[in-house]
Every structure is written in structure tokens, then in C-alpha cells.
Design a protein around this ligand. Structure first.
Ligand SMILES: NC(=O)c1ccc[n+]([C@@H]2O[C@H](COP(=O)([O-])OP(=O)(O)OC[C@H]3O[C@@H](n4cnc5c(N)ncnc54)[C@H](O)[C@@H]3O)[C@@H](O)[C@H]2O)c1
Length: 254
């Protein structure tokens, strides 16, 4: 087991990539604190992990709200006394809306989850990590954080910010035992992009047809890469962005 007894807080654990991380991390021996704004679906994640013999608690939280995040942190410490690994996975998509159709309220609704929420959770969890002089952070960026056109304006801005945030954590706190890396998923089959996958004319389907791997990503593809970044296997990796995208960004095919 790569993560035996590692207390791991995962946001966005009710669905898609976060749920897959929770299930796979538990299988690797991690003690999971699963969190999400959707409390009912979160309970299903918790039940699935328990029925597979894993160790888990579920704590609902809206990461946009500081009181929720504080409660998540306090309850986590009450239960386990420490947090070794943080997976910042909760996020929202902007449905590829371009700048000409993006108003401030849409921009804020995306940034408040993807940037402010990630910032808040990290800030709280770092208290415990810094006290123990050890902590690993896996941030969920996107290929849209590395190029233009991978999302709409708000989403693309937010995911570029996540990559900057990841590097900044290492610059400020790497020497205090904190190690942060990011994953940039490509096109992963989750509820987030389901509507686009179902529409043959969508730019996402067109991009997919050119992927070397010739398939959409599975949530497990991202969860397995997360285990690598959360485990000692990646102990010399700091501030890196791992594209897990079936080759989407590595090729230019006309
Ligand atoms: N699916 C993809 O193709 C893809 C590609 C690149 C990056 N990502 C990123 O991966 C992460 C997970 O996305 P997914 O595809 O699994 O989507 P998803 O919609 O299946 O899961 C996202 C989860 O985040 C939760 N969430 C949303 N707002 C929240 C809030 N305010 N507080 C707490 N939880 C909240 C949702 O309830 C949901 O369970 C996101 O950060 C997303 O941007 C996904």
C-alpha cells in the first residue's frame, strides 16, 4: 500500500475525479476525509469506501464559505489529529463561455470556487501541515491552465491561477516540508463535461478525435496519477504540472 495511514482530505469527493481519488486512495490505505457541497452524493462515496473496507469520514462543505472550511478543518483534526495529504479537486466549469459573453457574476462564480475555495482550504490545512513540518498537496488544474482555448475565459483564468498557486506554495513553504504539485487533466468522462461529450458538434468532441490515446480519460486515470503525486514515489517533484490527457497537449494534428 502506497498511502498506508496517510490522512487525506479530498474536496469534490462526491463526483467524478474527486470520488475516484477517494476510492483509490482508500484502497492504498489512506484514511479519507471526503468533502463536497453535495452532501447526499457525498454520503454515497462514504458508503462505497466503507463497504470496500476503507477508512473514511464525510464532511460536507461549500469551499466558498470560510465558516464551512473552518468547520471542515476542525472536524478533520478532531477525527484524525492531523492531515498528511490534501487533494484540492472541487471545481466548476464555465461551459466554454467566451469573454464577450462573460459578465462579472459568471467570472466571480467560477473564481470563487476554483481559486478562492482552493485557497481557503489550503490555508486552513497548511496550519496542521506546517505544525508537523510535512504535507503534500495535489491541486487539480487542467490542460486549460496551460493553454488558451481549453475552457471559456473564466475557467481558463482560474486554472492558470491554480498552477501559479501550486508553484508559489513550493516557493514559500517547500523548505518547511510542504510539497505541492498539480495535475492537468485533459478530457475526462465526468458529469462536468458530459453535456459536451454527448454533442457531436461540440469543440470538445472534435478535440477528442485527435487524441493519441483515442479515448476520453477515465476518472481512475487521474486518481492513479494523484496517488503518484501524493506518495513518496514523487518525493523529488515540487511545483510540477502533470498533464494526464491521453496526449492531447503533446500533439498538433491538422
Ligand atoms: N472532467 C474533465 O474533463 C476535467 C478536465 C480538467 C480538469 N478538471 C478538474 O477536475 C476537478 C473535478 O472535476 P470533475 O470533472 O470530477 O467534475 P464533477 O462535476 O464531477 O466534480 C466536481 C465536484 O466539485 C464539487 N463542488 C463544486 N462546487 C463546490 C463548492 N463550492 N464546494 C465544494 N464542492 C464543490 C461538486 O459538487 C462536484 O462533486 C475540477 O477541478 C475540474 O476543473 C476536470
Amino acid at each position: 500500500m502506497k498511502l498506508a495511514n496517510q490522512v487525506t482530505l479530498i474536496t469534490g469527493a462526491a463526483s467524478g475525479i474527486g470520488k475516484a481519488q477517494a476510492l483509490l486512495f482508500a484502497r492504498e490505505g489512506a484514511h479519507i476525509i471526503a468533502s463536497d457541497i453535495q452532501s447526499q452524493a457525498l454520503e454515497e462515496t462514504v458508503l462505497e469506501i466503507k463497504s470496500a473496507g476503507g477508512e473514511v469520514i464525510g464532511i460536507p462543505a461549500d469551499i466558498r464559505k470560510e465558516e464551512d472550511v473552518k468547520n471542515l478543518y476542525v472536524q478533520s483534526l478532531k477525527e484524525y489529529g492531523k492531515i498528511n495529504i490534501l487533494c484540492n479537486t472541487a471545481g466548476v466549469f464555465d461551459n466554454l463561455i467566451p469573454i464577450t459573453e462573460t459578465d462579472l457574476s459568471l467570472l466571480r462564480s467560477i473564481l470563487s470556487v476554483n481559486i478562492e475555495g482552493t485557497f481557503l482550504v489550503t490555508k486552513y490545512v497548511l496550519q496542521s501541515m506546517l505544525a508537523q513540518k510535512h504535507g503534500i498537496i495535489v491541486n487539480m488544474a487542467s490542460d486549460a491552465g496551460l493553454i488558451g482555448g481549453g475552457g471559456g475565459t473564466a475557467y481558463t483564468m482560474s486554472k492558470h491561477a491554480i498552477i501559479g498557486f501550486t508553484k508559489q506554495i513550493n516557493a514559500e513553504l517547500g523548505h518547511q516540508g510542504i510539497r505541492a504539485n498539480a495535475i492537468a487533466p485533459g478530457l475526462i468522462q465526468t458529469p462536468m463535461i458530459q453535456a459536451f461529450i454527448s454533442n457531436e458538434d461540440s469543440p470538445i468532441v472534435k478535440a477528442f478525435q485527435k487524441i493519441p490515446a483515442q479515448r476520453f480519460g477515465h476518472t481512475d486515470d487521474i486518481a492513479m496519477a494523484s496517488i503518484f503525486l501524493a506518495s513518496d514515489d514523487s518525493r523529488y517533484l515540487y511545483g510540477q504540472v502533470l498533464s494526464v490527457d491521453g496526449g492531447l497537449l503533446s500533439t498538433l494534428r491538422f
